[in-house]
Design a protein around this ligand. Structure first.
Ligand code: ZN
Length: 170
């Protein structure tokens, strides 16, 4: 009897997960089609082989395979000089040093992108969590996630993978 209940429950849970995945894909598509034109109307599309050749293995893992760097490992964590953070895949300007803050998470954190259309946000339901994924709006590279527990004035925390970005002093 217990076994029966358990397997029914398992099927119900699996069905729920499947449904959520479908909804998420639909929601993502809707978010992507909200007309957030990339900066300059520019998009960069490359084959997987081309990305692999251009990027370091760590950059490729994060930008193209949605990986996450180990917390506390990015040299960009302690950068607070006057300058701009760019996408490591396509050199799209992403964040100004002015909006960077110490989140204590071990990942470079910002409260606002450098321009409204610098990044795109999509639903990410992987690993059983509901998160908002942040991707570069020019090359669609995975950058990190955005959360609602950031500081003023936006209340947002763009939690970025340092390896997905480069920094250039002004
Ligand atoms: Zn990019």
């Amino acid at each position: 009897m217990n076994y029966l209940i358990n397997s029914t429950l398992a099927i119900a849970i699996l069905a729920t997960i499947a449904c959520q995945t479908n909804t998420s894909a639909k929601e993502s598509a809707a978010l992507y089609s909200q007309g957030q034109t990339p900066p300059g109307g520019k998009t960069v599309t490359k084959t997987d082989a081309e990305w692999k050749k251009q990027l370091t293995p760590d950059q490729y893992e994060v930008l193209r395979k949605h990986g996450t760097e180990r917390a506390g490992t990015s040299p960009l964590l302690n950068v607070h000089e006057d300058g701009t953070f760019y996408c490591a895949g396509c050199h799209n300007p992403l964040f100004s040093y002015k909006t960077k803050f110490e989140s204590g998470t071990g990942w470079p954190s910002f409260y606002e992108p450098i321009s409204k259309n610098a990044v795109k946000v999509a639903k990410d339901n992987s690993y059983g969590m509901e998160r908002d994924e942040v991707v570069c709006s020019v090359c669609n590279g995975h950058l990190g996630h955005v959360f609602n527990d950031g500081p003023k004035p936006t209340g947002l925390r763009y939690c970025m993978n340092g390896v997905a970005m480069t920094f250039a002093k002004k």
